[in-house]
Design a protein around this ligand. Structure first.
Ligand code: ZN
Length: 158
C-alpha cells in the first residue's frame, strides 16, 4: 500500500511515510489542521511548522487543534493525553509525533495494511469494529445474524 506525500506529491510505501497534523489554509475558510502525510524529505519542515504553531498557540491554532483532537479521537488513541486540556494535548501530540519520527499516528489512519489483507473475516470485523462507535458494531453484528437467519430460512424452503 502506497501513500502520497502531500507536499511533493510522490508516492511511497505506507511504512516509510510520516503522519502529522498539518496546517492548511483555504482562501475563504479559516485555517485548520488535517491529517498530513509527508515523505522522509518533506517531513522535517512540516513537523517544525506544526510545532511552531502549537508553541505560539494563537486563537486559530487553538480552535483548529481542538477540532483535530476531537475528530481523530486523539485522547482515546494516545491515552497519555487523556486528562490534558487542548493546549497540553496538542503539545503532547507534537512531542509524541516527533519522538516516533512521525509514526505514532500512522496506525490511527492506516490500520496495518498487510493485516487487513491477510486477516480472516473475524479479524477484519474486529479491525473495523475498533474504528467504529459501539452502537454501529452492535448494528453490524445484528445485521450479520439476521442475514444468517434469513439465509437458513430461505435454504430450508428449497
Ligand atoms: Zn515529499
Amino acid at each position: 500500500m502506497n501513500l502520497v506525500c502531500s507536499n511533493c506529491i510522490q508516492s511511497f510505501p505506507a511504512d516509510r511515510m510520516h503522519v502529522l497534523p498539518g496546517w492548511v489554509e483555504a482562501p475563504d475558510e479559516p485555517g485548520h489542521f488535517v491529517i498530513t502525510f509527508r515523505c522522509h524529505a518533506c517531513y522535517p519542515a512540516a513537523i517544525d511548522d506544526t510545532g511552531r504553531r502549537v508553541a505560539a498557540w494563537d486563537d486559530a491554532t487553538a480552535a483548529g487543534m481542538g477540532r483535530f483532537i476531537d475528530l481523530w479521537d486523539i485522547r482515546d488513541f494516545l491515552p497519555e493525553l487523556a486528562d490534558s486540556n487542548d493546549r497540553e494535548a496538542a503539545t503532547g501530540l507534537v512531542r509524541i509525533v516527533r519522538a516516533s519520527d512521525g509514526k505514532a499516528l500512522l496506525p490511527r489512519v492506516v490500520p496495518d495494511p498487510g493485516a487487513v489483507e491477510e486477516a480472516g473475516f473475524l479479524e477484519r470485523l474486529s479491525i473495523v469494529a475498533t474504528r467504529m462507535p459501539s452502537w454501529k458494531v452492535l448494528l453490524l453484528c445484528l445485521g450479520v445474524v439476521l442475514t444468517g437467519v434469513y439465509c437458513c430460512t430461505a435454504l430450508e424452503r428449497l
